[in-house]
Design a protein around this ligand. Structure first.
Ligand code: GUN
Ligand code: FE
Length: 436
């Protein structure tokens, strides 16, 4: 039989098997049927695999050149879709001032559905161009606008978690909701996403942070997440002033506020987590809750430095977030690089600190992100039976120098992490479908 929609990829393949195991298949193959990976191995065994899967010889074959690599798609575990037009703006401010001066005024404009359509179309395209096959989005307060984000993601074929944001206090009146309405609208949004019957797009419950919703609201939202078995996302411990305000308003540590509201679950991802104290780290680890590390945003808003190795030491799962427009660019490869740089700074200040290496940040941007979003059974690397979310990257788009100065696959990966951008990302696949 010629299997339905079979495709074969041959070339150098790199993926993370775990945080400390990078698998490099020099001259490897992957067989994809429909959305799924059915076989992976070294090229001399390809014919055996084809026979075992009764593939025949009709499946199209993509053969990579020596300067190309096949790698898993990137996972952006934290970004704000409506903030895309603000990238690069307001970094003379710190978080709270930035939110009030730049962020809330922009987000409040998204009752304009034409604005929503234009921005979301451009952003989803840009993230796919940058190799983000899975994105975990904060939307806006407005259902119609969030529905447009859902439609756009479905249209362009990205995998995503999408949240309608909840805010009932701590912002200008034109960008707040009445609690009852906020809940009702969230239920409606969840139904809207579910009505799409997409295997790729899921709703995520999204209270903005402890300063924009109260405990009762958080409790209602966590109950909804529990009843519908949904993901949850919010921000935690990003900025010193914010942490002090939370302590003042609730009389307890930041993580304890969320725990009191039952928001810390295995399907919860918390952005930043810079100033967490030992008890909070232990609590977050015990609950199986993950952190989205956002080094670009942490630097631009001068929020602080997040110690990823310490989070790992406590057993907390970590992914990477571009956090636009706290961050400058919706590019996970850029965040991998900034993650390396910000980790190197720790080694200047902490004795015997091992800065993260390129293999570890590659893990963070792929399998680590999938684990942080509890999607590791579906995506994150090239294990058989996972969906084929993948990138073909090319490190020699300019000079043809690969013939004169050939690089090993590991060297190509390092070049990409340190020097690469969207121009090096030639093809992008989500669930077997070519989307760039
Ligand atoms: N905390 C609450 N809202 C936001 C946001 O939009 N961006 C960042 N970086 N932090 C937040
Ligand atoms: Fe954020």
């Amino acid at each position: 039989m010629a299997a339905l929609n079979a495709q074969i990829f041959i070339g150098n393949i790199i993926h993370s098997k775990s945080r400390d195991e990078l698998e490099v298949l020099e001259n490897g193959y992957i067989i994809v049927v429909g959305s799924k990976i059915l076989a992976i191995g070294l090229e001399p065994t390809l014919n055996d695999a084809k026979a075992r899967l009764s593939l025949g010889n009709k499946a199209p074959v993509t053969t990579l050149s020596k300067s190309q690599l096949l790698i898993p798609g990137f996972v952006d575990t934290h970004l704000h879709a409506p903030q895309y037009p603000n990238c690069g703006l307001g970094y003379d401010k710190h978080l709270m001032d930035w939110l009030n001066t730049y962020t809330y005024p922009l987000e409040s404009k998204y009752s304009d559905l034409e604005l929503s359509r234009r921005v979301f179309k451009a952003l989803v395209k840009k993230t796919l161009d940058y190799g983000t096959t899975t994105a975990c989005y904060f939307g806006t307060l407005f259902n119609e606008s969030c529905n447009i984000l859902v439609d756009t993601v479905v249209d362009q074929g990205q995998r995503a978690l999408i949240g309608k944001v909840n805010m009932t206090k701590g912002a200008p009146d034109n960008y707040l909701e009445i609690p009852v309405k906020s809940l009702e609208n969230t239920r409606e949004f969840v139904k809207y996403v579910q009505s799409k019957k997409s295997n790729l797009v899921k709703p995520i419950i999204t209270p903005r942070f402890a300063l924009s919703v109260d405990l009762d609201m958080m409790k209602e939202l966590s109950l909804l997440a529990k009843c519908e078995n949904l993901h949850l996302q919010t921000h935690i411990s990003e900025n010193k002033e914010e942490v002090e305000l939370v302590q003042e308003q609730y009389g307890m540590h930041y993580a304890n506020v969320y725990d009191e509201a039952n928001l810390l679950t295995q399907k919860t991802i918390l952005a930043h987590g810079i100033y967490l104290v030992e008890d909070e780290l232990k609590l977050i680890a015990r609950r199986g809750t993950s952190i989205a590390h956002c080094p670009d945003s942490n630097l631009c808003l001068k929020s602080g430095a997040c110690n990823v190795r310490q989070l790992w030491d406590y057993g907390i799962s970590v992914g990477l977030g571009t956090d636009i427009s706290g961050g400058t660019l919706p590019s996970v490869v850029t965040i991998m690089r900034l993650c390396l740089y910000s980790s190197i700074h720790f080694s200047f200040h902490i004795k015997n600190y091992q800065p993260l290496n390129y293999e570890e940040v590659f893990y963070l941007g792929t399998l680590g992100g999938a684990e942080a979003l509890s999607l590791q059974k579906e995506i994150g690397n090239f294990e058989v039976n996972k969906d084929f979310d993948a990138l073909i990257i090319d490190l020699d788009t300019e000079t043809g120098l690969d013939y004169l100065l050939p690089c090993t696959p590991r060297e190509l990966l390092q070049k990409f992490i340190y020097c690469g951008d969207d121009r090096n990302i030639i093809n992008v696949y989500v669930a077997g479908r070519l989307v760039k």
